[in-house]
Design a binder for this molecule. Sequence first.
Ligand SMILES: Nc1nc2c(ncn2[C@@H]2O[C@H](COP(=O)(O)O[C@H]3[C@@H](O)[C@H](n4cnc5c(=O)[nH]c(N)nc54)O[C@@H]3COP(=O)(O)O)[C@@H](O)[C@H]2O)c(=O)[nH]1
Length: 535
Amino acid sequence: MPQGSTRKKALYALILLAALGQAVLLPWLAWKEAQRQAFDAEAELALAFARDVRYRADQIVRQVDNGIALLVRSGYPPCSDQARALMREVDLTSTHLQAIGYSRDGVMVCSSLGDAAIELGSNSFVTGKGTRLFLNVPVGSRTGSALMAVERQGFTALVHRSLPLDTWTAVSGVSVAVMQLDRPRDGRPIVSRGHVDPAWVARLGHRRETAFADDRYVVAIVRSPLVPSVAVAALPLSRIAARAESIAIRLVPAGLAAGIAVAVAIMAFARRQMSVAAALRHGLAHHAFILAYQPIVDLRTGRCIGAEALLRMRRDSGELIGPDLFIPIAEQTGLITRMTERVFELVEQDAGHFLARHPDFHIALNISAADLRSASLLPSIDRLLQRTGARPANLIVEITERGFVDPATARRALAALRERGIAIAIDDFGTGYSSLSYLESLDVDLLKIDRSFIETIGTGAPTSQVVGHIIAMARTIGLRMIAEGIETREQAEFVRRQGVEYAQGWLFGKPVEFRTIEQLCAIEAARPPGEMSDE
Ligand SMILES: Nc1nc2c(ncn2[C@@H]2O[C@H](COP(=O)(O)O[C@H]3[C@@H](O)[C@H](n4cnc5c(=O)[nH]c(N)nc54)O[C@@H]3COP(=O)(O)O)[C@@H](O)[C@H]2O)c(=O)[nH]1
């Protein structure tokens, strides 16, 4: 099997793989996005529950603190009539307290409920601030539910154990808890409903709140600003899968459609690239390439001093295709070196005789990065000079900033060209990454100021200053300049005044056959500076 055909098949396979990859990748990304959105939504729900628990727990803490502080500040003797009256008042005005009273040795001896002694129970612990919490007060309260007690400075408040957890959680399987931070009680919560893992609290770190997923739950933890405790809410992880599925029903088909669209676009682009590449090969084999020449003028004298050779491809239909359409593909497919060789042959045919007779006339040729690496560049140039009798000084080689991607190779090739006496011009300067100091180190002769900068002259645009800076810097490092894309007298006059030596653009002439250049340049010699030529 011929090598070219094997390479083509491998390329097709690679493109197909890339297209299929997109068709799979985008739905997969959509599924991942659905999972992310589902987690975010469940985490937000868990956080809402935990914030609610924290808010209620903090309200209880505030009412207990205020009630006890009021009794302590009153200075009434414990269980005196005034003290009892105050206890009742606190009880009545506090929405979250079941009772408040005076306690001694784990027994409430009198309270807002009366004189009946209330045992506070044995299940108790002391918080970091010296407050004692009795978690199971063994009495039937007004409602008959389990109570807990908070005791400080001899006074005790009774609250429902379930009160902080009594939030609206219209979701099945939700766990909620309030947990101690400073003395974690072996991880046991102060109050809880459902399953709570003590290890979760450590994941809060120094944050105010957090949400995460472990292998069974989506967990939210919120810190209390009042006391060293946290509120915890956990939702079953299975909810994420259910929610992700419902989001995925919307997202995955969109991802699939986008994946297929991208895959089709890749295939279409590849087919186009390949068909353009095939057309270029056909063009090379059938001499379909021609050169147009655009005059370059000396701004001081107005004389035409040379021309840039610009490649075009003539289709079988006669239609001319511009280089912008095929040079990038020729560069990508490696056809550019054969194309550049063809350019040298065309210059020889079109202009060889003229160059030999006009040593001061220059032909500017565009060279790509691949040409600088190619072993055929120098022999092709030598052949052109030999066959036509032209001098190296008749040639200018134009290299874009992209040509310097591999600086070592570029330096070697440029040195060889300059040794022969061929001038080097940097094309499209300013559109890439080169700095002027970098150009200085590369040893070039001419700088072509890109049309995009010339266009800004006289527009008042902020970027219109740039062209002045480029010119000033190029002058300091001794580079001669060609301003490209000159369309108006104003632009020509501006660059001339700034000291730019040469110019090219529609003001002086569009790309034409070399025969026209020969006539034009003869006429230009007698023309005053900057006057537009007829095409
Ligand atoms: N590697 C190679 N590159 C080549 C070759 N031939 C051309 N090219 C590069 O293709 C780019 C497009 O060239 P083209 O479509 O020929 O356009 C040139 C001029 O027609 C255009 N121009 C010149 N003056 C004006 C103007 O006043 N206004 C205006 N709107 N356009 C104008 O600019 C192009 C010349 O640009 P440059 O080369 O930067 O001087 C172009 O980048 C070519 O370099 C080839 O053989 N090999």
